[in-house]
Ligand binder design. Structure first.
Ligand code: 0O2
Length: 210
């Protein structure tokens, strides 16, 4: 089915929008429940977005695929995107674990760019998931991407996104910029380790926090 079929594109976007609402609510419930039972909230904030039409088309083009509805559904996994920003490094894996155990979110596959950062220095934990959406015609399953990272990783990624990631001519980026961004991501990694160490020391103090 070609992309210029406006009716089908609109109805697809309605499905994506429904999946985003469900995913956001599900993650908020899981986070609230965690906070209640552990007296600690590992989530700084949750950000949601639907990928713009232009970005969807760019991604199909980058992947060398025809601009069809079927290719969006099959190959663009992050039309629905949710970012969970955590305080400390161990919190990221805590949240990954909670999502993996969730009955309502099915993990299709995952990429640990914290263990294996991208060449750019990008670090984050990605989960590609499937979310059930109950429509009048029945249940459909919609794919979504959840990015989980620390505030420090989020700081780096947000600025890198503006400085280099979306730069229209990547080959024209000065080597200095690429190298310094990579060096900055190493600094971020050290900071995350240090903060995790410090909070570990404080948590081990024998003090009643209620
Ligand atoms: P935007 O504008 O952020 O949405 P896949 O088909 O999922 O296997 P894909 O989509 O290339 O392949 O997945 P990948 O590389 O695992 O993750 C893509 C997303 O991660 C990007 O989405 C960015 O959000 C983020 N990302 C990946 N690499 C970098 C990087 O070097 N710097 C920054 N700042 N973000 C990065 P989009 O759609 O490319 O962009």
């Amino acid at each position: 089915m070609k992309i210029n079929d406006n009716y089908d594109l609109s109805s697809l976007m309605v499905n994506y929008s429904a999946a985003l609402k469900i995913l956001k609510t599900e993650l908020e419930i899981l986070s609230d429940e965690f906070e209640y039972s552990h007296k600690y909230n590992p989530v700084e904030h949750i950000k949601c977005r639907i990928k713009s039409y232009e970005s969807i088309m760019d991604k199909l083009e980058k992947k060398g695929l025809d601009k069809t509805i079927d290719n969006i559904i099959e190959y663009v996994n992050d039309v629905v995107g949710v970012r969970v920003v955590c305080s400390f490094l161990p919190d990221v894996y805590e949240i990954v674990n909670i999502i993996q155990k969730s009955k309502n979110i099915k993990v299709l596959y995952e990429k640990d760019y914290i263990k294996d950062p991208k060449d750019s220095g990008y670090s984050s934990y990605h989960l590609i998931v499937s979310v059930p959406v109950n429509l009048s015609i029945g249940t459909i399953y919609v794919k979504a991407e959840i990015q989980i990272r620390t505030v420090a990783m989020d700081f780096w990624a947000s600025l890198d996104h503006k400085i280099s990631y979306k730069f229209p001519e990547p080959n024209a980026l000065p080597v200095e910029v690429i190298e310094e961004l990579k060096n900055s991501s190493d600094v971020i990694k050290q900071l995350d380790k240090k903060m995790a160490h410090l909070v570990g020391i404080v948590n081990d103090l024998d003090i009643d926090k209620d």
